[in-house]
Design a protein around this ligand. Sequence first.
Ligand code: SF4
Length: 375
Amino acid sequence: MLYIHIPFCQQRCIYCDFYSTTHTAAHIDAYIKSLSREMELRRDELPSPLLHSVYIGGGTPSLLSAEQIRKVFHAIRSNFTITTDAEITIEANPDDITPAFLETILQEGVNRISMGVQTFDDATLSLLRRRHSGAQAIKAVECCHTMGIPHISIDLIYQLPHQTAQSWSEDVRKALSLPIDHLSAYALTVEEQTPLHRLLQQGEFSLPTDELACDMFQLLCDETKRYGFEHYEISNFCKPGCHSRHNSGYWSFKPYLGLGPSAHSFDGNIRSVNPLSLHTYLTSEGTPEQQIERLTLTELCNDFVLTSLRTSKGLDLNALTHKFGSAITKQISTWAAPHITANRLSLTDTRLALTQTGIMLANDIISDLMIIEDE
Ligand code: SF4
């Protein structure tokens, strides 16, 4: 799996803590050169040159011109072999979607577009400093559909400033009435160092309560079900067979290579992250200096349990034993027992999964199953 980070945005949304810069035009060409070089230097970190999934995210990949997009794909194809059935995703902002942009990405084999819509409410979009309106988002999805993009996913956020049960319900219904086959919906996370955090501290506005957020999540689960979507991961819903192969790869601990500033990579044991600076990235002479995170066995095990339990497939106890030993499985089964009795977790064959009741309490249940590392 290959992830490519495009670290440019036209303007910064107030809640975002992804690495990107708004100083774009002058740097994109130089950036693509550095990206191609990093690809050449690091391609052997993947166990095989065959790519089953390519994900171009950001930042805002849809800011790239047709020629720049072609250059990125040329670099990928010069260093790897994209399999014929690969999932190739590009992230896009609704206001960048034009027939010409879609034609370019289709020619390059992109078969999935992931669009940050967040909400259809114009006042909230402008408060969040999103560049698009609700109407533009609808038009963009329809344009993707008409132009023949095979898979369309959109992102929504709940627990936003000024959001009510009613406005969230309208967002969800509008989203589900569009020709999409995948929906990701996240509760707003207020990251420190973001303008949103500062504005909240200053009391500029408040957020819906956690109780209301639970109701919003419940409505999301009910409505997606009504529209025939599978709830395959806590924050992700899809039409049958249309799950995100890339994200599922992350959740099943497949190795991936991430290129570009702030991009993460994982080889099965070791995680690494590229520098969070475009300048450092552009001026690196060899491979950009990465921060290495060597995970302890306990950390790997906790990650495995947490990530697996967030998915509808749940935690495979045989796989847990195979990876971490039977003592761990025994311990986690003991901790899980009261949740099974209370119908918050189900145990079918050797799979432990959250029930409908459990999904609403996922964080608490999962934290009960985490191993505390000895000091
Ligand atoms: S467009 Fe996306 S990456 Fe850029 S600031 Fe907004 S949320 Fe962050």
